[in-house]
Every structure is written in C-alpha cells, then in structure tokens.
Design a protein around this ligand. Structure first.
Ligand code: ADP
Length: 610
C-alpha cells in the first residue's frame, strides 16, 4: 500500500485500502485532515510569534510545526495511524500538564477544552482501553491541580502569562469546530458501518435461503436415490431368489458330476451378485443414517463359530490354515450386542483375509481386554499371511469403491465397498478400525468393542439339541401353512422346500384370496408376500387381524419381502405381522422363525387361565 508510493507522494490514497473497515478509514482520514489543520494553525502562530520576536514561543511553535510535518510524512509513508495517534495524544497530555503546572498554572476553559478533546480523540482513535488510559492521564492532574489551588497552595511559582479575550474566543471556537468535525466524521463512519452490516446480513439471509433450497434438493435427491436402490434391489433380488433357490434344489436332486460343477458355478455367481447388491444396499442404508445397532443377547463363541463355519471350508479349499481363538473368559458368558452387525463386520474381514491370502494362515481372535462387573471390552482381530497392503494405501482402502490398486479388481474381483461398510458400521458405535500391514507378509485388522454383560450361565446340553432337531422335524410335519405369493417361480420354489420339510401348504395368489382362505380354512401360520396384486400383504394382514374368530385373528404371520427399505420392519409390525424374512430367504432361517412363532403361540394357548 503506502510502501509502494514515492517519498514525496503525500496523497491519502497511499494509506487507504478497501480491506480496511469503515472505522479504520475514518480514523486515517481524521488524522490526515486533522494534521493539515494543525499544520496551518501552528504555522500561523509560528509566523506571528516570529514577527513579534517572542523567543520561547518561536521555539515551541517551531518545534510543534516540525513534529506535525514529521508525523504527517510518517502517516502518508507508512500508514501507521495508531502510532501517530499515540504520539499526538502523548503530546496533548504533556501540553495539558505543562499548561496546568508550568505555563499558566491554572485551569481555565482552554485546559478543559483540551482535556475534552483528548478524551474524545483517544476513544474514537484507539478504542475503549486506550481511551480510558488517556482520559485518566489528563483528568487526574487537572483535578489534583484544582484541589490544590482551592487550598491556595502553589506548587511551582512561575508567573502566569496573560491570555487575552480574543485568543480565548478563537480557541473555544476552534475546539467546537474540531469537536463537531470529529463527531460528524465518526457518525458518518458508524452509519456506513451499520449500512454495511445490514447489507452483509441481507446477503447472508439470501445465501441461507439458497443453501436451504440446495439442502432440500440434496435431501430429496438422496431420498430418491435410496428409494431407487431399494426398488432396484427388489427387482434384482426376486429373480435372484429363484436362481439361488433353484440351484439349491437341483443340487439336492443328485445331479450328474458335470451338472454339479455347472450348478456350483451358477450358485457361486448368483451368490456373488447377491453379495454385491447387498453391499450397495448396506452402504446406502448406512450413509443415509438408517442403520442402528440392536441390543440383544448374544453368545460370542457360538456367533464366531457360525461366522467362521463356512469360511473354514473356503480357507481349507485354498490350502490355508484357519485358526479361531476365543479367550476362555469370554466363554459361558451372555453378552448384549448386535449379532447381525458383528457378523457383517467379521464376515467382511475374514472374506478379505481369505481372498487376499495365497498361502499360510488366517486367524480370527476374540480376546478380553478388560472385564468389569457389567461389561467386557472385546478385541476382535483378523490376521492373515497374505499379500499385505502398502503403508500409503492403508487409509484409502476404507474409502467406498476403492481398492488398493487397479490390478486388485482384475485379480480378485470385488467392489471396494466391504471395508467402507465395516468402517462406517463401527463408527456408528464410536469405534475406530485399526489396521497394520506389511506388503508380502500379511495384514491385521482389529477393533475393540464394549459389550454389556448379563450375569448368568446358560448352557444347553448337547443331547437336548439332537433331540430338539428330530422333534423339530416332527413339529414341522404337523403344520399347515398358508402362503400368499403371486410370483409363480417363488411359489414353485416354496412348494419344493415345504415338501422336503413335509409341511402341508396352501397357496393364495393374492392378498384378497389369502384372507378368503383364512376365513374358511385352518392354518397354523401365514407366510405373506408384501407386494401382491388386488390386495397387498399389509392390507391382507390387517384384514386377518380384524377377523371375528379370535383364533384366526391371532394366527402368526411372517412377511416375505425382497424390499430393502429400512423402515420395512416397522411397517410390517404396525400392520400386525409378527416377523419378516428377507428374500431370497435362507431355508433354515425361515424354518427357525416358523417354529419360534408356532411354539410361542402354543405356549400362550396352554398357559393356565387365572
Ligand atoms: P473388496 O474386497 O470388494 O475389494 P474392500 O473394501 O473389502 O473391497 O477392500 C478394499 C481393498 O483393501 C481391497 O481391494 C484390497 O486391496 C485391500 N484389502 C482389504 N483386506 C485386505 C487383506 N486382508 N489383505 C490385503 N489387502 C486387503
């Protein structure tokens, strides 16, 4: 700014800039023009005293004149208005003191005007703190002096110089003009400041409105995206359900060796496709904040055994050693947690470990880090001796759709979503995923999870389990199930499963038909597809719940849905249904849910009436 201007350039433009606030600009202008006025006044005094040969006054006014010129040059050269203001105030204060104690030795209207000027000037120029300081510095000696003169005690005995009436009037006038100028000048600056603030706030309101519209638009589009994804998933899952189910059935029917291989490939690809669809859906669900952790009982060793069960076979097929280590302290303990999410996390990590390891081992470990009376901190870790990951890529692999390198997709397949899902799931619980890895040597993924503890020991004898299985089959064969399903392929698939379980089943092609059949038939349980023509599953369930026959109205209903909408659970329950199974359904899961509900109902029926 000013530094660029030449030494002889005295323009105010050198020291003003648009970045300065209105107030700062006003201060600089006041100093600039104020110094000009002081220069003109003191110059006139200097000339008059020079003419009248008053030696001391010539020296004094000459000194002040030189100082004013220097300050003016300094201001226009460096732009340091604060320093100039301080120098002027110090000079004013000294003048005030000299006036009171040395030169005139009295407090008259001029002294009071000077003090007033200093007070106003210091507050406007330098703000509250400096204003207070300079005010005190000028007020205290004046007041002290007045107190002393009141008692007629003179401290310094110098003859006062005579001050004529004309000079007095001129001084008062000059002071008033300066005060009016200062007030007017700063009033304008404050007004401009307020207008500027108003303009900024209007601008901000306008921006906020634009932002709100943009947020609204983004929310709508994100909602549309998630709706689109769930509809698509329904469309993709329904045929996948048939493909996987049919290949399962064909495998059960003793196929020829060559057929079996083809079926394996078919099943593998369909399962792969399903996994990708599920990954995209899961990620979508987590991103839109619709995933919550459940808090239900879980038996950690059993859960880990189940997760690793299928994976051990995969590892062995690749010639890898699979180790599962669970701390003894964690056995025989009932913990509270979300088995579905824990399964999802560990399953992803173990799948990756097996996928990216050609030889050596994969180790899954659950160790107790801390045990308290009501909770345990469990460290879950998945270690492998696989290809490892470069240090620089350890962060990036947790980003969605990111793999370590482009060759990864070619060699190993995958979508790059697994770790992004794992990371986000853990973040929902405030847990940080940790990873250590060395290229060529292997990787370890681990995290600590706090799980509340229920203090009880619940163990089922093995014999009882075996017995339960055969009792289960017996129980299934006694059931009569009503299935409401409009899709031919699904109907065929279910019929085949039911015949394997020896279950009696009746099929209704839409919701209305199901309600009708329910009213004249006797069924132990209803499996209800949700999207059906004529009457959908929700409405059909509500019709059944309204039936006059209490037994029929209370029949257990399981919804069958390929929808991935996160609120499907609530919708199903609020329509009066008891549970739901996602399609493509796992036969064991469906069987388990059917038996659970049937048990529950018969237990209630046999409860003694009080
Ligand atoms: P995907 O497995 O579908 O590629 P992930 O998000 O699960 O996607 O993993 C992202 C990337 O992280 C993988 O592509 C791979 O490069 C790297 N990665 C994950 N787990 C391992 C592991 N155990 N060993 C080596 N690299 C791994």
């Amino acid at each position: 700014m000013s530094n660029k201007a030449g030494f002889l350039n005295l323009s105010i433009a050198n020291i003003l800039s648009d970045e300065q606030s209105m107030l700062t600009q006003a201060r600089i202008r006041l100093l600039f023009y104020g110094l000009w006025v002081v220069f003109a006044c003191v110059g006139a005094v200097f000339l008059s005293v020079l003419y009248s040969h008053e030696g001391a006054l010539v020296a004094m006014s000459g000194g002040i004149l030189v100082t004013v010129v220097m300050l003016f040059k300094y201001l226009t050269w460096k732009g340091d208005w604060k320093l100039v203001a301080h120098i002027l105030l110090v000079m004013g204060t000294l003048l005030n003191l000299a006036d009171a104690f040395i030169i005139f030795q009295k407090i008259d209207i001029i002294s009071i005007q000077l003090v007033l000027l200093i007070i106003i000037f210091s507050f406007y120029m330098l703000g509250q703190n400096w204003g207070l300081l300079y005010s005190l510095a000028n007020l205290s000696p004046v007041l002290m002096f007045m107190v002393y003169t009141y008692n007629n005690i003179y401290i310094i005995n110098i003859r006062p110089v005579h001050l004529d009436q004309f000079t007095l009037i001129l001084c008062v006038l000059a002071n008033f003009v300066v005060m009016v100028f200062i007030h007017n000048h700063f009033y304008n600056a404050f007004l401009k400041n307020i207008l500027e603030l108003k303009r900024t706030s209007e601008e901000q309101t306008r921006l906020n409105e634009t932002l709100e519209v943009a947020i609204d638009k983004a929310e709508k589009s994100s909602h549309a995206k998630s709706e689109f994804l769930s509809t698509m998933s329904h469309e993709i899952r329904t045929p996948l359900n048939a493909v996987i189910g049919m290949s399962n059935l064909l495998m059960m029917g003793n196929p020829r060796k060559d057929q079996e291989e083809n079926l394996e490939i078919l099943k593998f690809s369909a399962n792969n496709l399903l996994a990708i669809v599920n990954d995209v859906l899961d990620f979508n669900k987590i991103e839109s904040g619709k995933v919550v952790f459940e808090n239900i009982r879980l038996d950690l060793p059993e859960l880990l055994n189940n997760i690793c069960g299928g994976q051990i076979i995969k590892a062995n097929e690749k010639g890898l050693v699979f180790k599962l280590k669970i701390d003894d302290v964690l056995r025989n303990k009932t913990l509270i947690g979300d088995p579905t999410r824990i399964t999802q996390i560990i399953f992803n990590l173990v799948s990756n470990a097996i996928k990216f390891t050609r030889q050596g081992f994969v180790e899954v470990k659950a160790s107790c880090q801390e045990q308290r009376e009501d909770q345990v901190t469990v460290r879950f870790s998945v270690r492998d001796s696989g290809i490892g990951i470069e240090q620089d890529n350890l962060k990036a692999i947790f980003e969605p759709f990111t793999q370590e390198s482009i060759t990864t997709t070619r060699k190993y397949g995958g979508t790059g979503l697994g770790l992004a899902i794992v990371k986000r799931l853990l973040e929902l619980k405030g847990i940080q995923m940790q990873v250590t890895s060395k290229p060529g040597q292997g990787s370890e993924f681990w995290f600590d999870m706090v799980l509340p503890l229920i203090n009880e020991v619940a163990q089922e004898p093995v014999v009882a389990k075996v017995k339960a299985v055969s009792a289960e089959e017996q129980e299934m064969s006694d059931l009569h199930i009503l299935v409401a399903e409009d899709n031919m392929v699904n109907t065929m698939l279910m019929k085949k499963f039911f015949s394997k379980w020896h279950v009696r089943s009746t099929f209704a092609e839409n919701g209305e038909r199901a309600v009708e059949m329910m009213s004249y038939g006797n069924f132990d349980i209803v499996l209800m597809d949700l999207q059906m023509p004529v009457l959908n599953g929700f409405d059909a369930a509500m019709e059944i719940r309204k039936m006059a026959d209490h037994q029929k109205a209370a029949v257990p209903i399981i919804a069958l849905t390929a929808s991935a909408l996160t609120d499907i659970r609530e919708k199903v329950f609020s329509a009066g249904m008891n549970d739901y199974v996602a399609k493509p359904f796992k036969p064991d899961e469906l069987k388990e849910k059917i038996l659970k509900l049937v048990h529950h109902r018969s237990a209630r029926r046999h409860q003694p009436v009080e």
